[in-house]
Design a protein. Sequence first.
Lengths: 114, 117
Amino acid sequence: GQQLNQSPQSMFIQEGEDVSMNCTSSSIFNTWLWYKQDPGEGPVLLIALYKAGELTSNGRLTAQFGITRKDSFLNISASIPSDVGIYFCAGPTISGGSNYKLTFGKGTLLTVNP
Amino acid sequence: EADIYQTPRYLVIGTGKKITLECSQTMGHDKMYWYQQDPGMELHLIHYSYGVNSTEKGDLSSESTVSRIRTEHFPLTLESARPSHTSQYLCASSELGTSGSLQETQYFGPGTRLLVL
């Protein structure tokens, strides 16, 4: 099936630094989703992207839907300790007929040093 | 904010016990999912449902079973728990719309952390 390659696998940064992570695929996606998972909790949707080239912000977070529709990146500016967690990209893939299910990247573990 | 609930949040149980993990959502979503996730690792889809009386196995083989008798409720059952079932189980839901992939924004519950001794 389709796979999402997410990188980096982990990041260890100082508070105040900017962060960038990305997802790539060999297949075209019509939607890109970015989730954040805090330790011991379920993933929470951060940003949803629905159009190629779309650039969307949510506070200090900015995500872009690549123009080729095969990639997306997520930037976090001026990181703070509560940004710690695992960030997942996800995109819908067809699962029989016209039904879809989400394919997830393997996640980027972000650690922020105060 | 998503209204999807999972109980219990934490469960420690002995080998051989039967357990049911509860998942409910109040958003009227047709589609519901169960994922298994080891700490810090990727999400693995183990079951999903497109509506009442519909259940399908996911990408990762699981000894658990699910049922979907009501739209809002999607419980997962392990008939005989084993230490290899120790993991976090996440429930999610999404709308079943006519716009295809645009309805695939899934909303997750807080998860159940299961420890089988």
